[in-house]
Design a protein around this ligand. Structure first.
Ligand SMILES: Nc1ncnc2c1ncn2[C@@H]1O[C@H](COP(=O)(O)OP(=O)(O)OP(=O)(O)O)[C@@H](O)[C@H]1O
Length: 370
């Protein structure tokens, strides 16, 4: 008996766009729910959104949504014929219209009679908690309220795909946090697929059902948030989820017993680990993560010799609340980050240029196939 075929993704896209010398080549397969797209500046995130919206023509590939072809096979539907709603960092509301008329503009421009469009707008504003403010103009509401109105406007046209490009980035931290909570609530009720472009790991982890990391126009990793957080596959992804990532090969058996379970990091450096993935053989390439909080710093060579010990230079210190993130550099453990208390910063004299010893226990290293 053969298994029933899986449902095709609600949004299935292979976006190949050429902008001058920059080429984006990204596959997206999204079910209903939120796909969060992360990547460094200039990596192609907005290009993907614009291609989905029909604002860029594909050099090749396709965009299919809700069972229809939007791009590809000789088709290029203009933006207004795609079922997309878009929210950018700037809410871009018409200043001379009330919130109600701003939101009604979408359905009106798609041919809905005025009274019906206003009723639809009122319903959408109610869903983002703005009923009391629907008669106000954009200048008479807060930044967060304006952004919620922009979301209502995007959803008032009943899009199949909702595209959000850094929707919270222009908000101050407190408004951002409240608006993020509103967004989580509203998106849960949205029946289509949402593609959210963001730089903020918290946005991605709280809103995303799946994460897609893009670098230099390519997907470098995708998966469920828990999977990505546990097993980052590139330094960029590891940085976003706050882990150190090292790559090495499993040491050949039969060498020094102390190094029996270790990764050869190159340049004569080894990382001793407690466990290796089942079935991994000598010479196999592996990835290893280390939580910055698991790294201990010393000013002198510690007496109790931890197996993983490096002498490194402090290249940056950043403070968040009661803890400091210390970026260290040196041979064998390039760009290692440690997280220590502010007390330790004072005690150890952690300043840029200081040379410190950093150690991590083998049991604190998590190893998985590269
Ligand atoms: N119209 C254009 N013509 C030529 N190159 C462009 C054009 N638009 C964007 N680019 C280039 O394409 C690359 C990707 O841009 P894109 O805006 O998609 O990046 P992004 O990941 O959204 O960046 P950011 O996080 O900074 O918003 C960049 O190198 C950018 O300079």
């Amino acid at each position: 008996m053969s298994a029933a075929p899986a449902d095709p993704p609600f949004l299935d896209a292979h976006v190949v766009v050429e902008l001058g010398t920059f080429r984006t080549d990204v596959h997206l397969a999204c079910g209903r729910g939120v796909t969060a797209v992360l990547g460094p500046n200039g990596s192609g995130k907005t290009t993907v959104l614009k291609a989905l919206a029909g604002l860029h023509t594909l050099a090749s590939g396709h965009v299919r949504a809700g069972g229809r072809v939007w791009s590809g096979d000789g088709v290029h539907l203009p933006p207004e014929e795609r079922g997309v709603g878009m929210v950018l960092a700037d809410p871009l509301l018409f200043p001379h219209l009330s919130l109600l008329d701003n939101v009604a503009f979408g359905p009106r421009s798609r041919g809905m009679p005025r009274a019906a469009a206003r009723a639809r707008a009122a319903e959408e504003l109610g869903r983002v908690g703005l009923t009391d403010l629907e008669g106000r103009r954009p200048a008479q509401v807060s930044q967060g309220q304006a952004q919620r109105a922009a979301l209502a406007r995007a959803l008032a046209t009943d899009p199949e795909i909702l595209l959000l490009d850094e929707p919270l980035s222009a908000l101050d931290p407190q408004t951002r946090s409240a608006t993020r909570a509103d967004l989580v609530h509203r998106l849960r009720e949205f029946a289509g697929a949402t593609v959210l472009v963001t730089h903020d790991p918290l946005d991605a982890l709280t809103l995303g059902d799946q994460l897609l990391f893009v670098d230099d126009g390519r997907v470098v990793q995708s998966g469920a948030p828990a999977e990505v957080v546990a097993r980052p596959r590139s330094p960029y992804v590891a940085g976003v989820v706050g882990l150190n990532l090292l790559r090495g090969t499993l040491t050949q058996a039969g060498q020094d017993a102390a190094l029996a379970r270790s990764l050869d990091l190159g340049r004569g450096e080894h990382l001793v680990v407690a466990e290796v993935p089942g079935g991994a053989g000598p010479g196999e390439e592996l990835l290893a993560t280390i939580n910055p909080a698991a790294i201990t710093l010393y000013t002198e060579h510690p007496a109790a010799s931890a197996r993983n010990l490096w002498q490194l230079e402090v290249v940056a210190v950043t403070v968040t609340g009661q803890r400091a993130r210390v970026r260290l550099d040196g041979p064998g453990a390039n760009q290692l980050s440690a997280e220590v208390t502010l007390g330790a910063v004072a005690e150890l004299g952690v300043v840029r240029g200081a040379r410190l010893w950093a150690s991590v226990k083998a049991t604190e290293v998590s190893v998985y196939p590269a």
